[in-house]
Design a protein around this ligand. Sequence first.
Ligand SMILES: [Cu+2]
Length: 162
Amino acid sequence: MVRIFSAGTATLISLMAGLSAPTILADSRAVNQEAITVRLSLGSDINKKRVFIPDQLILETGKRYKLVIDNPSSEVHELDAPDLVAAVESFHVKIAEYFSPGAPIIAKVVGTPAEIEINPGGAVEWEFVTKSPGIFSMICDVEDQNGKTHTSLGMKGAIIVN
Ligand SMILES: [Cu+2]
């Protein structure tokens, strides 16, 4: 595992140390498409909810997406979706200084993220092409002060690729 820290947002991205499975190249037409922007928020400060907003994302196979992920809450959250990671071709993860259209990008990590952990106020953009349909779970395994994972407290959802 390679861990990369960025000074600005203290956003942390864990990367797989090289791809273990052979990469199936996505359709070159999809690779060259303009990315479709999709939003995902990790957590909410409304009642301190441990949730993904939305808790279901619906994508299509063979399209290029820019998944803009932010953390509007006051605690750390992560997007852990290993089956989705394995089922897409990832290009890069860009780390923004804060969540806002046009916010400065302070780092770009090329390749495949294993999980994406975002500190309060941080944001990232993850670009990938979907290669095959499926229903992929997303969870947050950050633990609360009692050692319970956010997943067990309800922070889970699905990314559906049709
Ligand atoms: Cu969480």
